[in-house]
Design a protein around this ligand. Sequence first.
Ligand SMILES: [Zn+2]
Length: 227
Amino acid sequence: MNIKILILGLSVVLLAVNGLQAKEDKEVITKGKYTLTLVNQDPSLNVAVKAGLIKTFFKVYPKMVKDFNKEATKRVLVTIDTTYNGVAYAHDGKITIASQWLEKKPGDMDVITHEGMHLVQAYPSGAGPGWLTEGIADYVRYAYGVDNASAGWALPDFDPKHRYDNSYRITARFLLWINQHYDKKFVHKMDSHMREKTYSKELWKTYTGKTLEDLWKEYSLNPLVKV
Ligand SMILES: [Zn+2]
């Protein structure tokens, strides 16, 4: 083969490889029992944001597994997705985070705490109400998050317009209140019931002596929590 054609051919192959690398980079990091694979589709992602997500993952995920569900997956795939325009979602060992979100909120490292908790939860379908699933994930973000302040993330003050099933932070604050006033293992217990598919509305009464509605009424009259 003509040497010039060979070099030209090699250059084309190299260009193609470079093109692929520029589009998506993949990093596999193992620490102890845990392996994180991070696929980044966004070449303009701030390297500090990427490093922060990895650091946050290894700081919080093993703790959440230990405290909530030792059977949870030890191998997690995180994709920074350039086509997704929501915030993030997680299921079945995989977390997807929108690159647009990280661009807008580069301090939001604990998005991986909330989503990681969903992998730890690993609830079967029909486990219980979605608002409780999200409330528990945000309670855990509150309790285990490493830098919620930099994301401008905090539990909201109580508002009379709130309801227990408003989900996310509103439910999380109510769960915190129950933990502080009735049973400091309440969130852990509800999490187990959801995973074992033994959740029922009666459980609120089992652990607190009060129905869910009565608890919410009491909370709304005196919603103070120690934060
Ligand atoms: Zn969620």
